[in-house]
Design a protein around this ligand. Structure first.
Ligand code: NAP
Length: 155
């Protein structure tokens, strides 16, 4: 039985890995771009970690992860989607690519990981999607990040 944690090289994701150490998983698959940080985390926990270096904003990475699941057919007990970032600036000052990259990672990758992992999860398994309370309250300069924000045009 395994856990899959994205964003495991830092912040929430890394802390989930530490907290999951007492759960007795056979392995925790840890995903982020910085492989050296994923590998370094192994020295902090007793559970075997499988570092998987992927840029989850890229479709090829999602295909690669899908292939790994098909190959290994793991029983996944927990999925943590903690990879993500927020670009804070006036909407029109944000480079379009950065705004779209945020959607690719925060939204599309999260949906893909849920979609791909659920077939390998039994009843009672867990998914933790790390999101932001700013999806529920208007905050200036983070219009794209929480997706659901009302954007007021000011000129
Ligand atoms: N911290 C807060 O107070 C707070 C509050 C509300 C919401 N959030 C949200 O919760 C999420 C996690 O926050 P955090 O504080 O843990 O952030 P963090 O410390 O910056 O960690 C973000 C993680 O996402 C990974 N990541 C970034 N881009 C990636 C990519 N393209 N592909 C794969 N992995 C990628 C990073 O790893 P690599 O750089 O190694 O790829 C890192 O492990 C974010 O979406 C954040 O906006 C945070």
């Amino acid at each position: 039985m395994i856990a899959v944690v994205t964003g495991a090289s830092s912040g929430f994701g890394q802390e989930y890995v530490r907290q999951f150490d007492s759960r007795g998983y056979d392995e925790i698959w840890v995903i982020a771009r910085r492989k050296e940080r994923l590998e370094a985390l192994s020295s902090e926990v007793n559970t075997p970690l499988r570092p998987i270096a992927l840029d989850l904003s890229e479709e090829e990475a999602i295909r690669s992860f899908s292939g790994l699941l098909e190959q290994e057919k793991p029983q996944i007990h927990a999925l943590v989607n903690a990879s993500g970032f927020g670009y804070f600036d006036a909407f029109t000052e944000q480079p379009l690519n950065d705004a779209l990259n945020m959607v690719d990672l925060n939204d599309k990758a999260l949906i893909s990981l849920c979609y791909l992992c659920i077939p390998y999860m039994k009843e009672g398994s867990e998914i933790y999607n790390i999101a932001s309370s700013s999806a529920f309250q208007p905050v200036p300069y983070i219009g794209v990040y929480p997706e659901f924000q009302k954007i007021k045009i000011e000129k």
